[in-house]
Design a protein around this ligand. Structure first.
Ligand code: HEM
Length: 135
């Protein structure tokens, strides 16, 4: 049996028009600080940005150089002194809200797939938190 593949799961999610709205609403509902950060953007802009954040995190853990440069660029933007600071506590919230949205969207969801998603998202989450705290 082939191991569950996160890229395929992400493609199935993107094929469902409600996926990004699910992620956006789960994230906003999970922590009151999110509204303050998201409110300057329209719902559509929030969803484009959330899609870019998933892509960047997956590319980062795959070793893709573009993913690495996107993450280092955003670490400055989301850092303490950045244009859009994101406190470290919100990264686990981003992760759990994304897992929730994928679970609700992907018809092939399984425990093994969840473990793969978590493993591929964690490197970017850890990097954002670590660099925010050390800056
Ligand atoms: C590991 C997690 C995250 C990654 C990899 C990430 C990555 C990114 C990327 C790549 C962009 C640029 C989007 C674009 O060019 O369209 C972006 C923008 C943005 N992100 Fe994040 N992000 C993460 C977590 C978060 C969290 C937790 C929040 C807030 C709760 C957040 C809020 C924003 C906002 C508001 C923007 C738009 C910034 C602007 O005005 O240009 N991000 N993020």
């Amino acid at each position: 049996m082939t191991p569950p593949n996160v890229e395929s799961s992400y493609r199935r999610c993107c094929a469902d028009a409600s996926f990004l709205a699910r992620f956006r609403l789960a994230l906003r509902a999970a922590d009151g600080q999110v509204s303050g950060i998201f409110d300057p953007l329209s719902a559509r802009q929030q969803e484009v940005m959330l899609d870019a954040s998933i892509r960047a995190a997956l590319d980062f853990s795959s070793g893709d150089p573009q993913g690495a440069s996107r993450v280092s660029e955003m670490i400055h933007v989301h850092g303490r002194q950045g244009r859009v600071p994101v406190p470290p506590a919100l990264y686990p919230v981003w992760l759990e809200s994304l897992i929730q949205a994928v679970r609700e969207t992907d018809p092939h969801w399984s425990d093994a797939l969840e473990r793969r998603w978590r493993a591929q998202l964690m490197p970017a989450v850890d990097m954002f938190v670590e660099l925010y705290l050390s800056a």
